[in-house]
Ligand binder design. Structure first.
Ligand code: IPE
Ligand code: IPE
Ligand code: MG
Length: 239
C-alpha cells in the first residue's frame, strides 16, 4: 500500500469532515438536490477506506446538524431515510473492515425511533473492532453538546470551583474521542457551522473548493499532505 508520498509518522490521529456541497453539486448538473446526497455516499466510503488504509484512528463526519431541520420537509425526510438506508446496507462491510461505528448528537424526539435502533445495532455490531473509529454526527450541534455537558455537570451538583476544562471534556458525547487534528470542509464554505466547537479549538482547518460528491481518496491524501506542511504550535513558539 502506497502512502501517496505522505509521512507515515505524521498521519493525523483524528480527521473530522464537514461533508458540504451536495445540493449545489446536483443543481449544477440539473439534478435535484437529493441526487447530490446520493452521490456523496461514494465520497464517504472513499474517505472511510482511505483513512482506514492510512491508519487514521478516528474519522468523524457531519451527516446532519441540529440546524438542518430547517430544510424543506422532503429533504429532511430524505436525509433521515438515506442515512438509515446506508447504515443498514453497508454496516456489514464496515464491520468486515474492522471499523468501529459510533454516533454523536442529540437523541431528541425528532430522530425517529427506528433510526435510533439502527444506530444502536450498528454500534453494538462493531463495538469490539480495532480499526478506524468512524463517528457519524447526526442531529449534532456543537453548542447543544456543550449545553448537554453543562446540564449533566449541574445535575451532578458539581461545585463551581471543581469545574475545569477537563470536567467539560468528560461530559461531551464521546469521552474517548481525541480532539480532531485536521478538520476538512468541502465546497468552498469557510465556516464551522456548529461542528465540534469545543473539540476543534486547536485543529488545523482545511477548506477546499471541491464539492463533497467529487471529494475522493486522492483529495483526502492531498488534504493530509497540506496538514503535514503545517506547523502546530498550540500557543507555544514552535520551532
Ligand atoms: C451537505 O450538503 C449535506 C448536508 C448538510 C446534510 P448540502 O446539502 O449542505 O449541500 P449545499 O451546501 O446546499 O450545496
Ligand atoms: C453543515 O453544512 C452540516 C452538514 C454538513 C451536515 P450546512 O450546509 O448545513 O451548513 P451551512 O448552512 O452552509 O452553514
Ligand atoms: Mg451545505
Amino acid at each position: 500500500m502506497t502512502l501517496g508520498g505522505l509521512d507515515p509518522d505524521r498521519i493525523p490521529e483524528h480527521i473530522a469532515c464537514v461533508m458540504d456541497g451536495n445540493g449545489r453539486w446536483a443543481l449544477a448538473q440539473g439534478l435535484p438536490r437529493t441526487e447530490g446526497h446520493k452521490a456523496g455516499e461514494h465520497s464517504l466510503f472513499e474517505v472511510v477506506e482511505g483513512c482506514s488504509d492510512l491508519g487514521v484512528d478516528w474519522l468523524t463526519v457531519y451527516a446532519f446538524s441540529t440546524e438542518n431541520w430547517k430544510r424543506p420537509k422532503d429533504e429532511v425526510r430524505f436525509l433521515i431515510n438515506f442515512n438509515e438506508e446506508i447504515l443498514v446496507r453497508r454496516r456489514e462491510e464496515l464491520h468486515e473492515r474492522d471499523v468501529r461505528i459510533r454516533f454523536v448528537g442529540r437523541r431528541d424526539w425528532r430522530v425517529p425511533k427506528r433510526l435510533i435502533r439502527r444506530m444502536d445495532e450498528s454500534v453494538e455490531l462493531t463495538k469490539n473492532n480495532k480499526g478506524l473509529t468512524f463517528t457519524i454526527a447526526f442531529n449534532y450541534g456543537g453548542r447543544a453538546e456543550i449545553v448537554d455537558a453543562v446540564k449533566q455537570i449541574v445535575e451532578a451538583g458539581t461545585p463551581a470551583d471543581k469545574i475545569s476544562e477537563r470536567t467539560i471534556a468528560k461530559h461531551l458525547y464521546d469521552t474517548d474521542m481525541p480532539d480532531p487534528d485536521l478538520m476538512i470542509r468541502t465546497s468552498g464554505e469557510y465556516r464551522i457551522s456548529n461542528f465540534l466547537l469545543w473539540e476543534l479549538a486547536y485543529s488545523e482547518l482545511l477548506f477546499t473548493e471541491t464539492p463533497w460528491p467529487e471529494f475522493d481518496r486522492q483529495a483526502l491524501f492531498g488534504a493530509i499532505a497540506e496538514y503535514q506542511d503545517r506547523e502546530r504550535r498550540f500557543g507555544g513558539v514552535g520551532g
